[in-house]
Design a binder for this molecule. Sequence first.
Ligand SMILES: [Zn+2]
Length: 230
Amino acid sequence: MNAFFRNLIQTLFPSTCACCGDVLMAGENQICINCLSNLTATLYTAHDDNRTERLLTGRIPLHKATSIFVFRQGNTVQQVIHSMKFHGNSDLCLFMGRQMGLELLQSGRFDDIDLLVPVPLHWRRRLQRGYNQSELLCRGISQIMNRPINTRTLVRHRYTHEQSLQAAADREENVKDAFRLHHPDELTGKHILLVDDVLTTGATLVSCCEVLSRVNNLKISIATLSVAGQ
Ligand SMILES: [Zn+2]
């Protein structure tokens, strides 16, 4: 499409910010510059023993872990997650995945990752939403880090209730035995990056890792787009 028609379409159907709804200016993508600067960064990725690693260490065999943004009730990060999960905004998922990829790449701590593995959705939830937001985050990361994505091996075979509606105490029970492995040999000897959108209690990631630990000689690192703030 030439520049004239592209400008005409943008004038007739301007894109709006996924957070505040303002019309996006030239050079802005998905989120306006104002909202982008309001995303609370964790600054964990470059550091060992960050809060995400401490939350998960000892519960699962973990190599490295990070979360990129802090999720709090009513903050801009929560608006982003809400738009990713409930407004069908698949382009925003890809955009946030690229933000994750840039930070992972810059830190240099995740250079030996072989494969990206999204936390899977049950097929019924995927059908309702039209996509798995964690898989789209992986695609965004892959665009930056150039790593393949594996969605065949770790699968969710049990339909579970939406985690955000549940009390913390119920979460472990909710995701217990929710995951299974198909074709585990595809991960043998690999260092995988398990990717999810939100880390709260860690119950979902722990449940995934319990199943993944049956793969021979597997190294697991974890990256989540956000972590619930204290
Ligand atoms: Zn905005």
